[in-house]
Write a protein that binds this ligand. Structure first.
Ligand code: PLP
Length: 413
């Protein structure tokens, strides 16, 4: 396996050259990639791990007696072990391979909540949530007669903690909350929130899609019951992700999907389900995606999550100071604890127009509602422009963003 250069140098500045896609011109300008919150770029170590598997080891996992199947199984299950230690799960049985955060949350809604919810029960979420942490709860509420309730946010984009606590009554069976907001970058004070919920007997699912790529996450220390995240947000391939859940809860839950691999024995009268984690992994999984995910974890660990957090925090502060200096630019999302995501508006330029002008200058940002329409409604906006940083970004990228924004301002003056 080709080792990331950062391992030797232990300096995050060397990371950038490990990401081949960044070394290109777009529309005649060097690419400035500021859309990692939508999907992060992959280092050569990940691309090579997937290609090597496809070229040398591809076979279906678990069922084969031949050498290639053994190799594929070893790589695929090896990724589970890496993910287990990456988030400090207590057992590999708690790492359910899914297609991503969205599937992980739907799994909990249908397999954990649906059998226990009754009319009158409540699911509690916040205004900050991504649609993936809203719609699965709406569906299960419709199926069971339960009610979805929502804790408000303030003008900085922080959850109103007193109001959240006030909503934590006996009727609430589960709190679904994001660790980091993808639209505003807000980092929720999860330790405090989870402790409050657990004290009231409320189960907690954390949508960790925007947290795991940027900071150390220890699911046991957090004290939640479920934690969901996606490979492609954390420099791995698309279509792969994890649901972590407490083993005792997962044991008690019925399967989410039926099919091959999730069974021990099948006859027409009755089926014996497989043990954890396979009970929740019906059908041929995304083998190459999970192998790439394992390589992504290796890479992140080689750079060091603390290094990544510090680097991105400093770069985010730099970006905010530069953006604030631009005439007519308004930051949307100014939480006291913020990850490396920044939404903004520039005068009354429509975000899509702004994004297009930036793209003409090689700067890739995301524009629109960011799959968080309620957040946009809260701020009375159709959308924002969002610049999101990854471990491979540097201050030159921010400077290029600022130049491009100044140009856009002149175009629309
Ligand atoms: N939750 C958050 C906070 C996200 O940012 C995203 C993706 O943007 C998701 C959930 C959904 O992730 P996926 O599409 O990988 O399932």
């Amino acid at each position: 396996m080709s080792q990331p250069q950062a391992t030797e140098a232990n300096d995050i500045a060397y990371c950038r050259s490990d990401f081949p896609v960044l070394d290109q011109a777009v529309n005649g300008h060097p690419l400035v990639y500021l859309d990692s919150a939508a999907s992060a770029q992959q280092p050569a170590a990940v691309i090579d791990a997937v290609a090597r598997y496809q070229r040398e080891d591809h076979a279906n996992v678990h069922r084969g007696v031949h050498t290639l199947s053994h190799r594929a199984t070893e790589l695929y299950e090896g990724a589970r072990d890496k993910l287990c230690s990456f988030i400090n799960a207590s057992s590999r049985a708690e790492i359910i391979h899914t297609s991503g955060t969205t599937e992980s949350i739907n799994l909990v809604a249908q397999s954990y909540c649906r059998p226990m919810l009754q009319a009158g029960d409540q699911i509690l979420i916040t205004w900050l949530e991504h649609h993936s942490n809203i719609v699965p709860w709406q569906l299960v509420c419709e199926q069971t007669g339960a009610e979805l309730i929502v804790a408000p946010i303030n003008d900085r984009g922080e959850v109103e903690l007193d109001e959240l606590r006030a909503l934590m009554t006996d009727r609430v069976k589960l709190l679904g909350i994001g660790h980091v907001s993808n639209a505003l970058g807000t980092i929720n004070p999860l330790l405090e929130i989870i402790a409050d919920a657990k004290q009231r007997g409320i189960s907690v699912l954390v949508d960790g899609a925007q947290a795991v790529p940027h900071m150390n996450v220890d699911v046991q220390a957090l004290g939640c019951d479920f934690y969901a995240f996606s490979s492609h947000k954390m420099i791995g391939p698309t279509g792969a992700g994890v649901l972590w859940g407490r083993e005792a809860l997962l044991e008690a839950m019925p399967p989410y999907k039926g099919g091959g691999d999730m069974i021990l024995e099948v006859n027409f009268e009755h089926t014996v389900f497989n043990e954890l984690p396979y009970k929740f992994e019906a059908g041929t999984p995304n083998i190459s995606g999970m192998i790439g995910f394992g390589a992504a974890v290796d890479y992140l660990q080689s750079v060091g999550m603390d290094n990544i957090y510090q680097h991105e925090k400093a770069l985010h502060s730099y970006m905010v100071s530069k953006l604030k200096a631009i005439d007519g630019l308004h930051l949307i999302g100014t939480a006291r604890e913020q990850a490396s995501v920044q939404s903004f508006r520039l005068n009354d330029i429509h975000p899509h127009d702004l994004g297009t002008i930036l793209d003409h200058q090689g700067v890739a940002v995301r524009t629109g509602h960011h799959c968080a329409m309620p957040v946009m409604q809260r701020f009375g906006l159709p959308g924002t422009t969002r610049a999101s940083l990854g471990l491979y970004n540097n201050s030159d990228d921010v400077d290029q963003l600022v130049v491009a924004l100044e140009k856009a301002r002149q175009v629309f003056a």
